[in-house]
Design a protein around this ligand. Structure first.
Ligand code: ZN
Length: 144
């Protein structure tokens, strides 16, 4: 039997503060808000890790660094909070696939432009540059 009382529970506000800071640090470590101070001793937290709790299957225990204080929370509550945060952050913060593709296309067109200037017998490079641009135009029209 395990009758230890376990670490104290985070309140909803404390949990959401922790999750928000953690989420931001994962998305944008340079601009993220710092983790909140430890709710037990007030020392600034520089990191945290979470492990399974032992009171029930949904309990997780977060250990704050450097003070090492442990606080428990319910993983179901945390997941609902994270889902809300994800929705609030919106798709703008997700890696932009369109942006990456645009950059790739721009680079290819730039290369086609440079290829025209290449010195080549019988204007072969101009011919290939035209072919490349024509192929890209066809693909663009096909996709539209
Ligand atoms: Zn502490």
């Amino acid at each position: 039997m395990n009758d230890q009382t376990g670490p104290p529970r985070l309140t909803r506000d404390q949990l959401s503060e922790l999750l928000l800071a953690d989420e931001q640090q994962r998305r944008a470590p340079d601009t993220a808000v710092p983790l909140p101070d430890c709710f037990l001793c007030g020392r600034p937290a520089t990191g945290m890790s979470s492990t399974l709790g032992c009171r029930d299957v949904d309990e997780r225990v977060v250990t704050l660094r450097p003070c090492g204080h442990r606080l428990a929370f319910n993983v179901g509550v945390a997941e609902r909070m994270q889902a809300k945060m994800g929705a609030a952050a919106g798709p703008a913060s997700a890696p932009s696939e369109v942006g990456v593709l645009r950059a790739e296309v721009a680079a290819a067109r730039r290369f086609a432009g440079e290829m025209r200037e290449f010195c080549s017998p019988h204007g072969v490079s101009v011919h290939y540059a035209d072919q490349l641009e024509a192929a890209m135009d066809r693909a663009k029209e096909g996709a539209a």
